[in-house]
Design a protein around this ligand. Structure first.
Ligand code: SIN
Length: 288
């Protein structure tokens, strides 16, 4: 059966129909998926009750997978290619550290020197309502800026931090995270290596611009994040179990809303496709 694409919103995203990931994907189907990935930025494939091995095998079609050495506390012990995004308690009964994963506008692994090309997030169990994820199209956000603003931000580097928004994470997690992930400077405007289009590369993990103080930087960061995440640049995904959501981190940003009753289980697993090296470790003075 030929696969079909159904757009999910005006801004970005498409559902792929007619694909069963229990079986290896043919080269011609892969070509269609890859083209849709570049065109829509976010792809949804519903009803995939696939194993961890099948999730990993399909993800490898996109490229080499991150083994999450920068987040060893959150990866699966047996499958380092899988990052756990879960509110399951730890075996000792303490709260999960990954329950707050993604609750800031961001692009995956922007705080490393190998920011993610793509991510494939599989929903195992989700709350009956809420726990949605929002995606913003960073191409159209860039295109909608004035020419003068585009000139102003060209050549600017944002300094990305790895901290998560919510406090309440264990101190040992925070310390280990900061030790492994010093702040990294990344261009605010990046050229997508496959489409050649420019996209904004900014989010709430950016605390300041290189060479500027946080006070000087904040108004522009706030403007750019607010601009890029305006509702008409955004697709909001309401999860169903067995959804597989795939996104291009080079031209989208996303936010896990955390809008759900925490008594319900929310358990998702993510593979992360390695992107091309980018950025440099920020000067401590400039990172502030
Ligand atoms: C992530 O940022 O990878 C997690 C998104 C989510 O939990 O919805």
């Amino acid at each position: 059966m030929a696969i079909e694409c159904r757009p999910l919103s005006f801004a970005l995203g498409a559902e792929i129909l007619g694909l069963d990931l229990h079986f290896p994907i043919s080269d011609s189907d892969w070509e269609s998926v890859h083209q849709a990935f570049l065109q829509y930025g976010v792809l949804l494939i519903r009803g995939q009750s696939i194993s961890r091995e099948q999730h990993i095998a399909f993800s490898r079609r996109f490229g080499d997978l991150d083994e999450h050495k920068s987040l060893p506390m959150d990866r699966n012990a047996t499958f380092p290619e899988l990052l756990m995004v879960t509110n399951d308690q730890k075996p000792d009964g303490s709260p999960s550290n990954s329950r707050y994963t993604g609750q800031m506008w961001h692009s995956d692994m922007s705080f490393t020197l190998a920011p993610a090309l793509g991510s494939l997030l599989r929903a195992v169990e989700v709350p009956p309502v809420g726990g949605d994820t929002l995606f913003a199209n960073m191409y159209v956000a860039y295109d909608a800026l004035s020419e003068r603003m585009k000139q102003m931000i060209e050549g600017l580097n944002g300094i990305h931090h790895s901290e998560r928004k919510n406090s309440g994470l264990s101190t040992s997690w925070e310390k280990e995270n900061q030790r492994l992930n010093p702040p990294v400077a990344q261009p605010v405007v990046r050229v997508h290596p496959e489409t050649g289009r420019k996209a904004l590369y900014i989010g709430e993990k950016v605390k300041c611009f290189e060479g500027m103080t946080p006070e000087e930087s904040k108004p522009l960061i706030d403007f750019l994040v607010g601009h890029a995440t305006r509702p008409h640049f955004v697709y909001r995904h309401s999860w169903q179990p067995k959804d597989l959501l795939i996104w291009d981190n080079r031209c989208t940003a996303h936010l896990a809303l955390g809008d759900y009753d925490p008594r319900y289980r929310r358990h998702l697993e993510r593979t992360t496709v390695l992107g091309t090296p980018s950025g440099h470790i920020a000067e401590i003075g400039a990172a502030a």
